[in-house]
Design a protein around this ligand. Structure first.
Ligand code: PGA
Length: 251
């Protein structure tokens, strides 16, 4: 049984003080509603992580980073090492988000190196994949997603793969208010599971969680979560207000 997994990607929003307020509102909601059997992750900016780890000691909410370096340390100006994340009790890291691919020129080779490095340090990656509108309209969406998965997971064995979450995020649905229909999202996620089965085996593919991301809101989460293969959501905009995010958690 795969436990539902809802993650909030705060992107470049929230000061440390604002982060504490929002994180506490989410964590308090989880503490008060113990019956909610969902893994809930928040991924604030690096500048908030240290403080959040200190302030939310016995938290239910999980903490993740939005990116990391594929090096442990060294002369890499502006980078954050996986060792620094481990030192702050960070458990998860988003890798290969389409904004990293688009604005920071991250390619599959770089993302593969980051995934290997995260695994080496027992950080659990959330690997983002997804097609552009053009690729979808020309019928190349599945091919694109398959190529990304094969390249990003190259040389990662099945024991390690079980700790990886895949987030299927069609680029045209991110921050646009356009969501893939729940049927289309489920169809692609089923397809992703079949790729994982080919790469690894049935058991591994059934263990790995696959999220949908792209304009997930309180009003569409239930329909998405009711689908057979969607295990959770990676939420951007709607993760910035506890009022919305807590509704999503409590789908
Ligand atoms: P959105 O972002 O929910 O604002 O569309 C999702 C994401 O980029 O992970």
């Amino acid at each position: 049984m795969r436990i539902p997994f809802i993650a909030g990607n705060w992107k470049m929003h929230k000061t440390p003080e604002e982060s504490i307020k929002l994180a506490k509102e989410i964590d308090n909601f989880l503490q008060e509603n113990q019956e909610i059997d969902v893994d809930v992750l928040i991924c604030p900016p690096y500048t908030s992580l240290y403080l959040l780890n200190k302030e939310l000691k016995d938290r239910k909410v999980l903490l993740g980073a939005q990116n990391m370096s594929y090096e442990d340390e060294g002369a890499y100006t502006g980078e954050i090492s996986p060792l620094m994340l481990k030192d702050m009790d960070i458990e998860y890291v988003i890798l290969g988000h389409s904004e990293r691919r688009q604005f920071f020129s991250e390619n599959d080779e770089i993302i593969n190196k980051k995934i290997k490095k995260a695994i080496e340090h027992n950080l659990k990656p959330i690997l983002c994949v997804g097609e552009t509108l053009e690729e979808r309209e020309s019928g190349k969406d599945k091919e694109k997603v398959k190529n990304q998965i094969i390249a990003d997971l190259e040389n990662i064995d099945k024991e390690k793969a079980a700790d990886i979450t895949i987030a299927y995020e069609p680029i045209w649905a991110i921050g646009t208010g356009k969501t893939a229909s729940s049927d289309d999202a489920n169809d692609m996620i089923k397809y992703i599971r079949s790729i994982l089965k080919e790469l690894y085996d049935e058991e591994t593919s059934e263990t790995m969680r696959i999220q949908y991301g792209g304009s997930v809101k309180p009003h569409n989460i239930k329909e998405l979560m009711n689908k057979s293969d969607i295990d959770g959501a990676l939420v951007g905009g709607a993760s910035l207000k506890s009022e919305d995010f807590n509704k999503i958690i409590d789908f």
